[in-house]
Design a protein. Structure first.
Length: 390
């Protein structure tokens, strides 16, 4: 039975590329830095890439290969490569595909470290970036230049939970012969598959919902095989590979991803509905609330709405700080996608170095609070948010 004919949940559980002579049921750990060869010809042919086999764990390893294969099947991708962190995946993907003089068109709301790559480091190599407003996708083509090579976006965005129309991005990328790269971290392969809408590459920070328990770091890029080949060659020589142990943990995590995501989203919707009716909350953004500006787009391309809820607390920065100080059950952390609910006030923490004008340009208001809703009894989470708001 071909794995391609199986359901996503089955693919996440039943994909197993390697078994030893012991015929283990649970995939073993392959904690080895290198692999041996049968003879000189085997070694020559392996390095000449005349045969597929493991040579060195910086190149490939049974655990990382299995993790990548699962993500590829779930995303509908041809190939992929796994990285030590989500940002290693972002950097290596761009670095492998771009040359000096190339140009990126990116959504204005992207992860802070990605923004730093675009504005601080890439310009040193004569690689430039133009940002389009996530709420004005009709302006995207205005930013495309003759040297534009990549169109990039996150959807949902971090931290304001805006939604980009992936089908529209796919059409624009195809029209202008651009490589469309989508960061799918907030949605996971269970909720959304950007390749179906025209994406060439999909990136995940596996540290977040894919792991789901705040244990390990990891990243992965999947998509077109010709592009992954370039990313693989770059990464094979620069060394950002995912460790076999972390790959083993993440592959195991994928086996419970669907059931975890279902509960995350069920809890998040209840939290969003509670916040929408609280007198000290000015507004709430959650993709499956009808009040969300891109509600129809979200329903078109997402199976569920994710576990991130963004809301505007009345009173600005000071109210945001007081809110954090009163939290008792939820965690105060910059991470997300954990079994434990996490609250963050970006204006006073993760994005405090930006000016108010810069924050507003990416939908980060002074009173914005991001909640990563976990798997606790949802009423306990609501009660904690309620007492902190009051």
């Amino acid at each position: 039975m071909s794995n391609q004919n199986l359901g996503l949940e089955t693919q996440a559980i039943r994909t197993q590329l390697e078994r030893t002579q012991y015929l283990e049921h649970s995939v073993p750990l392959y904690l080895t830095s290198s692999f041996i060869f049968e003879d000189a010809e085997d070694m020559r042919a392996s390095f000449a890439e005349e045969k597929e086999r493991n040579i060195y764990s910086r190149f490939s390893n049974p655990n990382t290969s299995e993790f990548v294969e699962k993500i590829c099947q779930m995303e509908g991708a041809e190939d992929g490569y796994a990285f030590a962190t989500g940002m290693a995946a972002v950097y290596s993907t761009f670095a492998a595909l771009l040359n000096s003089g190339d140009h990126i068109v990116s959504a204005s709301s992207v992860f802070g470290s990605t923004h730093t790559l675009f504005t601080k480091y890439f310009p040193k190599w004569n690689i430039t970036t133009s940002y389009f407003d996530v709420n004005k996708p009709e302006t995207i083509e205005n930013f495309i230049q003759p040297n534009t090579k990549i169109l990039y976006a996150e959807s949902p965005t971090n931290p304001a939970v805006d939604i980009l129309d992936l089908e529209l991005l796919g059409k624009i990328a195809k029209k202008h012969n651009l490589i469309l790269i989508i960061d799918n971290c907030f949605a996971t392969p269970y909720i959304q598959n950007p390749i179906q809408f025209g994406a060439d590459l999909v990136i995940h920070s596996a540290t977040k919902l894919i792991d789901g328990q705040g244990r390990v770091l990891g990243g992965v890029t999947v998509g077109r095989s010709d592009l992954i080949r370039e990313i693989y060659l770059f990464s094979r020589n620069t060394g950002p590979a995912l460790s076999p142990f972390n790959a083993w943990v993440l592959s195991k995590s994928l086996e419970t991803l669907p059931v975890r995501i279902e509960k995350h989203c069920e809890n998040a919707l209840k939290v969003a509905e509670f916040l929408e009716n609280h007198p000290n909350v000015a507004s709430v953004k959650y993709p499956f609330l009808k009040s969300h500006p891109q509600y129809e787009v979200a329903k078109k391309q997402m199976k569920l709405a994710g576990n991130i809820v963004a809301f505007e607390i009345k009173g600005g920065i000071e109210s945001g700080r007081k809110f954090l100080d009163k939290i008792k059950l939820c965690s105060l952390s910059a991470n997300l996608g954990d079994t434990r609910s996490i609250v963050t006030h970006p204006a006073s923490t993760t994005h405090s170095k930006l000016t108010e004008e810069e924050r507003l340009a990416v939908s980060i208001t002074d009173g914005l609070v991001r909640v990563s809703v976990g798997l606790e009894t949802v009423q306990d989470v609501i009660n904690d948010l309620k007492q902190a708001l009051e």
